[in-house]
Each structure stands twice: as C-alpha cells, then as structure tokens.
Design a protein around this ligand. Structure first.
Ligand code: ADP
Length: 608
C-alpha cells in the first residue's frame, strides 16, 4: 500500500530534500522567526534571572555575607540584594516584562503559523483535487483525508509550539548549567551525573509505556471494527443465526484488550515507583550534598536556594525536551509526506476560479481507434483490447455487455480520467490529448449510475453543472429535467436541503436532479451510466422523459441496461471481454443471433 495509509510517519534524513521545500512557506516569515528567536532567547534568560532572584529571596535571612551586594550586577542598578522588598519589586518587574514577551511570542508564532497553514491547507487541497483518477484508485479517500489533516496538525504543532519550546528549553538547559557551575562546580557535577541519566531513563520508560498503550488502543479499534462489521451486516448475522459466533469473536477481542491493558498497568506502576525512587532519590542526593556544602561554609545560602530552584528548572527542561524532539520528528515526517503529496504529478486542470482556460464548443464527434487499456495498478489485466467506436455528432450510442466488460472504462477514457495504453481517442477529429483538459471536460456532462448529491440545497446541487448559473437558468433546467414538480412540492422548494443532513430524495428524484445538473451544463457530449436499480414504473417514466430532454441533439454515450433505452439508441455496441463484438441497431442485431441476441435472451438486459 501507499504511504498515505500508514501511521503518521517519523522523519527520515534521507528525505531532507522534501523538507527543504517547506522553505517556500517559511521564507515570507523569515523576519518574524528571527524576532521570535530573539524574544524566546530574552525570555529564557529572564526565566533564569527570576530563578536566581527567587534563590536570593530564600537566602536573604540566612546569609551572613554582605559580599553579594558588591558582587551582584544589581548593585549597579542601586538595588540592595539583601532587601526583601527591593528584590520582590525587581522580580515583579522581570515577571511583567516576561509576561509581555510571552504574550507577544505566542501571538507572533500563531500569526505566522496560521498564515502558513492557510497556504498549506489550500495547496494540499488543490493538489489533491487535481490528482489524476489513478491516484484515487490506489488510495482510500478516508485514509487520504485523515492523513493530510493529521500531517497538517503535526506541522502546525511544530511551528506554533514545538520550535519555540525547544529553543526555550535549550537556552534554559545551557544557561542553567553554566549558572549552576558558577554557583558550585562540585554540586553541579554531582547533579549532572545523576539527574539527566535518570530523566533520560524515565523518558525511555515512558515511551515504552506509550507503545503499550498504543497497542491497547489498536486492539480497541480492532474490537470496534467487529462491532461495526456486525452491525453493518446485521441482516447476514441474523439470517445465518450467527449471533453466538459474533459474540464469541467480540469476546476474544475484548479479552485481548483486558490483558494488554493489565500489562500496561503493571509497567505504569513500575514507572511510578521508578520516578519516586530514582528521580526523587537523585534530587534528595543533590539537596543532601548541597546542605552539607552549605554547612561547611562552601556555599552561600542564597546560592544554595538558587541552585535548588535552577536544578528543578533545568531538570524540567531536560524532561520536556524529549517530547519536543519527538513532536519535531513527527512534524518533519509530516512535512515530508505532505511535500511528497504536493509533488505528485497532477492533471493539467484549472484549480483557481479566476484562472482562465480556453472555452470552446465541440461538434461532438467521438471516435475510439483501436483503443487498448489496462489500469496502472493492475497492469496484468487487459481491460480494453482494440476498441473501435464511433459516435456521430448528436447521435446516441448504447454500450451493452456483461458486467466487467469495460463499459465504465470506456466512459472514463472519454473523460480523460486515464490515458489509453494503445490506440487513440479523437473528438472532432483531434486527439483528446490536444485539448485543454478543463476546457474539454467543461463540454462534457456525466450522469452517474448512483447519484451522490452534495450537502446543501437543491439549488446548489443543480448549479453544480454551471456554478455561475442564474436563478432562471436553474429553474429552466429543473423544468426540462422533469424535476420542477417534485421540487416545488417541498415547502422550501429549491432551498430544500438534501444529502446526509437534509431531505432524503428517492432514487428517481436524485437522478432527475443529476439530469437537471447536466442540462444546465449544456454539454456537447453526454455520458450516461444508466441506473441498474429498478425504479417503480412511474418514476422510471419521469426519469425517461428527463433523459430524453437531456439527450436531444447531443452526442451521447450510454452505458445501457434497459431495453427501452437501448432500442432508442442510434447504435448499439456490444462489448465483451474488452472488445466490441457487434455494432448495429436493435432491429438488425436481434436477427443476427450473435452476442446481442444472447444478452437479450439471457435477460442480461432489463426488459423494461
Ligand atoms: P463494466 O463497466 O463493463 O462493468 P468496468 O469498465 O467497470 O466494466 O471494468 C472492466 C475491468 O476493469 C474489470 O475487470 C474491473 O475489475 C477492472 N477495473 C475497473 N476499474 C478499475 C480500477 N480503477 N482499477 C483497476 N481495475 C479496474
């Protein structure tokens, strides 16, 4: 399977080039990021300063030396470092500055990231909608959708928080350790020898626990799939009386959840003990040694307090940095996969409403000359082998044949969803590849077998055929599609919301909406995939009237299943196993006792 269906992937240095493409999105914000780095650095230094001042507060009462006043750079500011109130004020001022800086930083990063996200989301959607059909053949649309949104969220996290946090933590760790060394080399070395090791061990431990909980989640998802499958196929479950079998299948799966969760709990418990014993143990050791040094007079009390607070700060940053690294790695992986998506080869279609494309009209003469085809993802299966088909302008050609014969493939090739692997398709005597793709498709309308309406009202669903259509054009199209009566029978008329959250239309009504959409488009070539599911006789008649209006004087390629449609066609092409066996009208094909006659006799064509 393609990468798009995988889990969010980790970054791989080999694909650094993809990440460099991200530069395109970053460049406009270069100055913003420079300012951001400056603010973060300043704010990191202020954090260290505040910690130092807190320590000073703690040491005021106990300190016996007056040296600090002289030593301290604060002396220059005329601040008495042994006066509680003065230090308090100073802390307050530093905190206020820091608060303002943090506010600015969050806003700055959010602004830059949201701008970037706007263009990335837009570009990603544009890339996806302009992918050729073969792209969608190999991917599940749901997976693609969730992958892209997960990637974008991961990238967003990196630029809104991860990057800033990482920088802040590095500054605190480096600055903090330097400051600690200044206070006491012995104590710092002791701290460095114990705490980071323990913290890193804790991180690895935490990661292992997360892996376990991920396995539990996967198992939960697998058990949900069982529920979903069972409920979706409840008819089969009931009619095969397989309730007990389903219950036992589900029970097996949820038992796995329980044992995995218990395993996770044991390790979580061990983790809690580890933290208490080793991390807190290491902290105790440092405090113990510090107190000892202080009592021996080797460490001023305010320095000892500062040391403790700063150690906490540095330890917190060491602990936090791993999470940031992992978010960064995921973000880089996401960037890589998104950039790869953007690099996939696209169709040459117009993706911006204002972008011009050549507008032209076609006479509607279609010819398939010796067309061969196999799908890219199934190269070994020949779908079409040497198809010759001709549609005169304004005429109707019905494609008939058993399922899997290649009828829909012919319709797809005519819309240039795929390129033939052999032979040529011409419209008005010109190869399809010579036409501008958007301009060409604008002259075609396709009425699918199963009409899927977009969420929204009836008006916008019809207007999909011509997005700038006027109210009266939409109405006229609905009328010609024989849909006006039922639309107006709804209290909200054209404003009736359809689709998942709206009124459920019947099959015949949906088809007439699709026909109205096609009429509004006023195409030169019409491709119709006739519905196989039978409508009741009345709806069938209504749809037929609509179809007749649509097909009048247009070149039409109809994937036909009903005898009535087939009889009305100017030509019938009988397709089987990827080649056309017979061509002719109904009357001259039934007397030939060939493939067509067999189809009719075997009732592979609906006799309505
Ligand atoms: P019909 O419309 O006559 O039922 P199709 O054109 O849908 O036939 O299919 C013809 C053959 O091509 C079938 O064997 C089918 O499995 C295969 N096929 C159709 N669509 C695809 C696709 N997107 N990818 C791979 N094979 C496909």
């Amino acid at each position: 399977m393609e990468q798009t269906v995988e889990e969010a992937r980790k970054f791989n240095w080999k694909n650094w080039a993809a990440v460099r493409k991200m530069g395109h999105y970053l460049r406009p914000h270069a100055w913003g990021y420079a300012l951001g780095v400056l603010i973060i650095s300043l704010s990191g230094i202020l954090t260290l300063l505040v910690t130092r001042l807190w320590g000073q507060l703690g040491g005021v009462g106990t300190s016996s030396s007056e040296d600090a006043v002289v030593e301290s750079p604060m002396a220059a500011l005329n601040i008495n470092m042994h006066n509680l109130v003065e230090i308090g004020w100073l802390i307050l001022i530093v905190l206020a500055v820091q608060a303002a800086l943090s506010f600015g930083r969050v806003l700055l990063f959010a602004k830059m990231t949201e701008d970037m996200m706007l263009s990335m989301r837009n570009d990603a959607f544009e890339a996806i909608v302009s992918m050729p059909m073969r792209f969608f053949d190999t991917r599940s649309v749901g997976d693609l959708n969730s992958r892209v949104s997960a990637d974008i969220t991961a990238i967003q996290d990196v630029f809104t928080t991860t990057f800033a946090e990482l920088l802040r933590q590095v500054i605190i760790i480096v600055g903090g350790i330097l400051a600690l060394l200044y206070f006491s080399v012995t104590l710092t070395l002791l701290m460095l020898a114990t705490l980071p090791v323990m913290i890193i061990a804790a991180i690895l431990f935490g990661r292992f626990i997360r892996m376990l909980s991920k396995r539990t989640q996967d198992q939960v998802a697998a058990s949900n799939t069982i529920v979903q499958e069972t409920l979706t196929g409840i008819i089969s479950v009931k009619s095969f009386a397989n309730e007990a079998w389903e219950v036992s299948r589900y029970l097996r799966s949820i038992k796995d959840i329980r044992s995995l969760a218990m395993r996770g709990a044991i390790w979580r418990g061990a983790f809690a003990s580890f933290i208490i014993l080793f991390i807190f143990g290491a902290i105790t050791l440092v405090i113990f040694k510090g107190a000892e040094l202080m009592m021996e007079g080797g460490l001023a009390s305010e320095h000892f307090f500062t040391f403790l607070l700063m150690t906490g700060l540095v330890a917190g940053s060491i602990g936090g940095i791993a999470a940031q690294f992992s978010a960064l790695q995921q973000g880089l992986g996401a960037i890589e996969s998104l950039m790869e998506l953007m690099d996939e080869s696209r169709e040459d279609v117009v993706t911006q409403t204002k972008q011009p494309y050549p507008a032209f009209q076609l006479r509607g003469e279609v010819s398939f000359e010796n067309v061969c085809f196999h799908y890219a993802n199934r190269a070994d299966v020949t779908v079409l082998s040497g198809v010759n088909l001709h549609i005169e302008p304004g005429k109707r050609v019905a494609l008939v044949g058993p399922s899997g014969a290649g009828k829909s493939t012919i319709a797809s090739l005519l819309q240039r969803f795929h390129e033939p692997t052999g032979g040529i398709i011409k419209v008005d005597g010109r190869p399809l590849s010579e036409y501008d793709l958007t301009g060409f498709r604008k002259r075609i309308a396709f009425v699918p077998q199963e009409v899927i309406l977009f969420g929204g009202d009836i008006r916008s669903n019809i207007a999909y055929g011509k997005t700038d259509a006027s109210e009266s054009e939409i109405r006229l199209a609905a009328e010609q599609a024989n849909a006006l009566d039922f639309i107006e029978s709804f209290p909200n008329g054209f404003a009736t919301v359809v689709g998942e959250r709206g009124v459920q239309l019947s099959g015949g009504q949906r088809q007439r909406i699709a026909i109205a959409r096609a009429i509004l488009r006023d195409p030169d070539i019409l491709i119709l995939d006739e519905a196989t599911s039978a409508l009741d006789a009345n709806s069938e008649k209504e749809v037929q009237i609509a179809l007749d209006a649509l097909m009048r004087d247009r070149s039409s390629l109809i994937i036909a299943h009903r005898l009535s449609t087939i009889k009305n066609a100017d030509q019938i092409a009988v397709l089987s196993g990827g080649s056309i066996l017979e061509m002719g009208t109904h009357d001259n094909l039934v007397v030939r006792s060939g493939a067509y006659k067999k189809l009719v006799e075997n009732q592979e064509i609906d006799l309505v």
